[in-house]
Design a protein. Structure first.
Length: 961
């Protein structure tokens, strides 16, 4: 793809991809073109060309980033695009990126980060040299581009665990980058000083400074480099200078958006927090001056939203300093604590006009920022964390100081509730801040301040606001949030009494009120009994009110008239999910209505998936209804759900497709119908297509769907002449380190269900494929799964029409005249057996190993010399204390991931319980099974083996008693 016409065609597709009406078709056309050599270079040419509009170029940069994410390498690091394109992209992208406007730089920077994650440093050794060579003493635009690229690469280190490979990579960068970095920092400082009255010059300089501070953090995030330790006075001197820096010219006039100076100072606070937390032995002497400057900053900075990030980061820095008992002593007097509360905590914890406006104008954003545990950098959150840390150090003093303000504000509120409601809001926040002991987790507060009566405060000051109609909506939210925060401190009876009040909030016209009610009900239903894994509330508690709750929740969700508005509020759908899961089979009488609501929501949101969490909770809800209602009402939902599923598959809604495959499997597994429904027969050929299996997020769900189809229709692949295509899927999965376990899962189902007459001719080639993979690319995970396969086959009952049983398990890998199974048995199977941990895996290991040792004539004839080693492993495994029945799937819903996002990864539906195939399901007591087997055949087998140690004989004899 190199012609001018190709360039115009791809650019036109990129432009049309911005039109919602034809975006899907344009995306599909681009996906089809990306397989051609030169496509990636063509994209970069469009991004670089000023002949195209900025929107087209930005669309090209975005598509390029996603293309690199999908197609740069596979799980093993092998390139998925032609080698010539790989080299061309690496040669061009850095030079291109540094000349682009910021919006395009961000997209290309993320692409470089993805490439570097795979290739740097081993396969992109000149990357840092290339960056350093482009730094200029005068060209700020180029420097900012270089720094943006460098930050996009180096920031990958921040969340990583320490390893030798990581530190070698960082050292390689430090050796080449440190001196140019310091020189650029100094030069940028000089230019800022020279241009202090030149706004046009200062703006790009502060962009440089911001990136310099971010890279400073990147280079120090794992450990403090020797270079930075040696030059700490110089470098931290510059850092301190810009924490104190003030210049009206560079300050923004916008009260809502932070400007370059605020962003630089916020990043500095993040950097010095890292140093105070990790490198105090080096940074300690400089720390007091930074604390003083931060205090001044906190007490002199305005309340405008543009300063929010800076203030929250500054407070986080002081919170970290306070964690040190020695450093915290500076705050240990009552007078100083009074000043802290008066000058720092109260201004940043009190409700501002901008907060009230957010409550009215963007209620979902208000909720997300306000919710305890969110990752928003808010003043209130940071002030609360700082106050709590001070309270941990000086509990009595801080409690006394804070409660004096709480009482004063509550009295002022009582005197004039209309004028002083904001004071009560502050009082409730103050009380909650010091009442909590430790941190608040997803499970709530585990301990409280023993100096305070949380339940008494609730009864006197919070409960009335829940029922008083004239209470200000924000105070009503405060009251609901108080229950949410201290739910573990309230008894089940108190929570049951609060439940109708909370439920009534779904009728409130206030968005944040009913949203917080949903959040709180969902969390209450997640409370576990003390010292138990069982939930506090069950279907008897919730079942009687479940239908009304769900009707009201769906009514609120369905207020949204566009796909985006419908999916806006994930908290409502999470509450739906939790009510359904708690109600269990109580939902059966009205399950048809539930499916109608859920199907409508899925259909509408599939037009433009916009909220991954909302979508996940929706599909979990569908799965819960299927799980509890379908066994009672078989086939009742098939028509409506199949229509929805086929629409999603037909429209290729990639965000939803993995969920659909999981639900298709679930519906098939719970169906009492003995044969495969026609709808599934029509799906078989399409789900074997390579393109579906290339999408990583589909693979686990597709594998399970094939297993479910095999269980219902063992002969259908042979009848449709698709058995080789099915085995091709197995081979594709086995070739991938990421998916080899799924390939062997599928193979177990193939052997277990497909008749011998159809599969026997493929057994030898299958074994060869596995042996080649073991020889060329062995991993511990693969050895464990092959061991599981052998035990799975051996533990299954021998049948004339199936390739199952201990003789087949032994013969499968005997593909050479001398036989290989003996070596596989000794070096892989027996060595891996102790590493099989799940109850079902251990059960199959014991049953399978017992059958190999006592029931396999092939093993006894060919490998009797290995028999005693196998018997020893059998005895050791039987002594394990985890021999319990395999888990059959509980009735409680695990927590969903909180960082859900649409992407390439698979997200499991927790409500879809996969029991797995148990070929030894008739064995309910493994020790009894082993004992019975030994009594039946033990003497004869031991006699045939010959030399068996007395230790093993006595161990086996004890089992046979």
């Amino acid at each position: 793809m190199e012609s001018a016409q190709d360039l115009q065609n791809v650019a036109a597709l990129l432009q049309s991809s911005l039109n919602p009406a034809i975006a899907k078709q344009s995306e599909q056309s681009l996906r089809a073109a990306e397989a051609q050599q030169g496509f990636s270079i063509l994209l970069l040419q469009i991004v670089a060309s000023t002949d195209f509009s900025h929107t087209t170029r930005l669309a090209g940069a975005l598509f390029f980033k996603n293309f690199i994410r999908r197609k740069w390498t596979d799980e093993e690091g092998n390139y998925l695009i032609p080698g010539a394109d790989v080299n061309a992209v690496k040669n061009e992208i850095v030079g291109l990126m540094i000349t682009q406007p910021p919006s395009i730089q961000v997209q290309l920077g993320e692409a470089i980060s993805i490439m570097a994650d795979s290739d740097f440093p081993d396969r992109w050794q000149n990357l840092v040299d290339d960056l350093v060579s482009r730094l200029s003493p005068t060209d700020l635009a180029v420097n900012n581009g270089v720094l943006q690229v460098a930050h996009s690469i180096f920031k990958r280190w921040r969340p990583l665990f320490r390893s030798d490979a990581l530190f070698m990579e960082i050292k390689l960068v430090l050796d080449k980058f440190c001196m140019p970095f310091m020189t650029l920092f100094q030069r940028t400082d000089e230019l800022i000083t020279e241009n202090q009255n030149n706004k046009a010059a200062l703006e790009p300089l502060f962009q440089s400074l911001l990136l310099i501070i971010k890279i400073y953090f990147d280079l120090n995030c794992q450990d403090i480099p020797e270079f930075f330790e040696d030059h700490i006075e110089l470098l931290m001197g510059l850092v301190h200078k810009y924490l104190r820096y003030s210049n009206p010219i560079i300050e923004t006039d916008d009260d809502n958006e932070s400007g370059p100076l605020e962003q630089v100072k916020a990043s500095i606070c993040e950097l010095i927090q890292l140093y105070s937390q990790r490198y105090e032995d080096v940074f300690g002497a400089l720390l007091p001056s930074f604390v003083d400057t931060t205090w001044t900053l906190l007490t002199t900075t305005g309340l405008e939203p543009k300063y929010d990030l800076l203030i929250s980061r500054a407070l986080s820095f002081l919170t970290t300093v306070t964690k040190s008992p020695e450093r915290a002593q500076v705050f240990s007097s009552s007078d100083i604590l009074q000043q802290i509360v008066e000058k720092v905590v109260l201004p940043n914890m009190s409700l501002r006009t901008s907060d009230e406006e957010l409550f009215e104008d963007d209620p979902i954003e208000y909720t997300r920022r306000d919710l305890e545990g969110s990752d928003s950098d808010t003043r209130r959150r940071a002030a609360t964390d700082f106050l709590r840390e001070l309270k941990e150090r000086f509990e009595g003093l801080v409690t006394d100081v804070v409660m004096s303000y709480v009482q004063r504000y509550l009295q002022q509120y009582s005197a004039d509730r209309s004028a002083n409601w904001q004071l009560k809001d502050t009082a409730v926040y103050l009380f909650s801040s010091v009442a909590v002991k430790g941190t608040i987790t997803a499970s709530g507060v585990s301990a409280t301040n023993m100096l305070l009566d949380v339940v008494g405060f609730f009864s006197q000051n919070i409960a009335p606001d829940l029922v008083e109609p004239s209470t200000h909506p924000i105070l009503k939210v405060d009251a609901i949030k108080f229950i949410h925060t201290f739910r573990n401190q309230l008894t089940k009876q108190q929570l049951l009494e609060a439940f109708p009040v909370l439920s009534s909030m779904f009728l409130s016209p206030e968005y944040v009120v009913y949203t917080y009610a949903a959040i709180t009900i969902e969390r209450i239903l997640s409370i576990r009994q003390p010292s138990s894994s069982h939930l506090l509330f069950d279907k008897d508690d919730v079942g009687p009110v479940a239908q009304e709750l769900l009707i009201n929740l769906f009514g609120l969700i369905e207020k949204g008239k566009t796909p985006e508005k419908l999916a806006e509020n994930e908290f409502l759908m999470k509450c739906v999910m939790r009510v359904l899961m708690t109600s269990k089979d109580s939902i059966v009488p009205f399950s048809d209505s539930l499916i109608q609501h859920l199907a409508g929501i899925v259909t509408e949101t599939s037009k433009n998936p916009s909220n991954p969490k909302f979508s996940h909770y929706t599909f979990e809800s569908v799965a819960i209804v299927i799980r509890f209602a379908s066994p009672v009402k078989p086939g009742a939902f098939d028509s409506i759900l199949f229509s929805v599923y086929l629409n999603i598959l037909g429209q290729d809604v990639t965000e939803f497709v993995p969920y659909v495959f999981q639900l298709l499997s679930q519906m098939l597994e719970v169906s009492p119908q003995a044969t495969l429904p026609d709808g599934y027969t029509q799906l078989i050929q399409p789900i074997l297509s390579v393109s579906l299996w290339d999408a990583r997020g589909n693979v686990p769900a597709l594998t399970r769907l094939l297993q479910s189809i095999l269980a219902k229709a063992p002969t259908i692949f042979g009848a449709m002449n698709l058995l080789e295509a099915l085995l091709g899927v197995f081979q594709k999965l086995l070739s991938s380190r990421a998916n080899d376990h799924l390939g062997l899962d599928l193979l177990e189902s193939i052997f277990y269900f497909i008749p011998k007459v159809q599969i026997s001719q493929y057994a030898g080639p299958i074994a060869n494929i596995i042996l080649v993979r073991l020889e060329k690319s062995r991993t511990e995970k693969l050895v464990l799964r092959v061991t599981h396969l052998i035990y799975f086959l051996a533990s299954a009952p021998t049948a004339v029409d199936k390739l199952l049983g201990p003789n087949f398990a032994t013969e499968l890998f005997d593909v050479t005249p001398n036989g290989l199974f003996g070596d596989i048995f000794m070096h892989f199977v027996l060595a891996a057996t102790p590493k099989l941990h799940s109850p079902l895996d251990k059960k199959l290991a014991i049953v399978g190993l017992t059958k190999i040792l006592f029931d396999s004539s092939v093993f006894l004839q060919k490998y009797s010399s290995r028999w005693e080693a196998g018997a020893r492993v059998l005895l050791e495994t039987l002594q394990s204390n985890s021999l319990v029945d395999a888990f059959e799937g509980g009735d409680e819903l695990p927590e969903a991931e909180e960082d859900l996002a649409f992407g390439a990864s698979f997200v499991k539906l927790n409500a879809v319980v996969w029991k797995g195939h148990d070929p030894a399901r008739d064995v309910t007591d493994v020790k009894k099974f082993v004992g019975d087997t030994i009594r039946k055949a033990g003497h004869e087998v031991i006699a045939q083996v010959g030399a068996v140690s007395d230790e093993v004989k006595s161990g086996l004899a004890a089992l046979a008693v």
